[in-house]
Design a protein around this ligand. Structure first.
Ligand SMILES: [Zn+2]
Length: 236
């Protein structure tokens, strides 16, 4: 009696599908993580821009406080001018006032510069927030579809497992054990169809005598090169 390969081939096909689907299922979580980090990065960019604005405002407040202190000092000097006794004292005070007014000019320029910076930072914030919002919108759609895909694939995988459970009892246990061993050893491919006179997996030529035995398929024949179970394609 010849060996019936139909169930074994079905099992191999099912296993290959399971491997294929499992690869997708396993890759998706890391894709989802990448998406999460991208969303996070875009939010961080907007937060950083806001921090820049807060720093700028703090700097301006400090400069304005300095300005106020110097103005108070000038007022004091001016008041002292009324009470000086000597020309030297008078000139010294005028010099102090002059210095203080120069300082004010410098600070006023700095304030102006920081105000211009604030405008620029404001535009950056708007831009960063727009990007963050757009990134989130776009990537959330992508993420949801990956989650949905995984759910669908998982269902498919469960169905394939069930199919396997139905096929396995149809296969003689010695053949099943051999299949399982080879499946483990050969990264998921235990069976190899022979169409002309080649092992379709490792491409080695099958000897004519072996080929004859293969066509009648009365016993299990393993590929002499890769060790997989050979079957004559027309017997499938
Ligand atoms: Zn081979």
């Amino acid at each position: 009696m010849s060996i019936d390969f139909k169930s074994l081939i079905k099992l191999q096909n099912t296993d290959e599908l399971i491997i294929e689907i499992s690869e997708i299922i396993e890759k998706n979580p890391s894709k989802i993580n990448t998406i999460d980090s991208e969303i996070e990065a875009s939010i961080e960019a907007a937060t950083a821009a806001k921090q820049d604005l807060a720093d700028n405002q703090k700097k301006r407040r400090n400069l304005e406080a300095n300005l106020q202190d110097i103005n108070i000092q000038i007022e004091k000097y001016k008041h002292q001018l009324n009470n000086v006794k000597t020309n030297i004292e008078y000139r010294l005070l005028l010099k102090e006032i002059d210095n203080a007014q120069n300082k004010i000019k410098v600070i006023e320029e700095q304030i102006l510069e920081e105000m211009l910076n604030a405008d620029e930072i404001g535009s950056k914030i708007k831009e960063a927030e727009k990007i963050a919002e757009e990134t989130k919108r776009k990537l959330t759609i992508e993420k949801d579809s990956l989650i949905q895909e995984n759910k669908k694939r998982e269902e498919e995988r469960q169905n394939l497992y069930k199919e396997k459970e139905n096929i396995s009892p149809l296969i003689p246990s010695n053949l099943m054990n051999l299949y399982n061993d080879l499946f483990e050893k050969n990264v998921g491919i235990a069976l190899s169809p022979v169409t002309d006179d080649f092992c379709s997996i490792c491409q080695i030529r099958i000897r004519p005598q072996v080929l004859n035995e293969l066509i009648t398929q009365k016993k299990i024949i393993l590929c002499e090169n890769c060790g997989r179970i050979l079957y004559w394609k027309n017997n499938s």
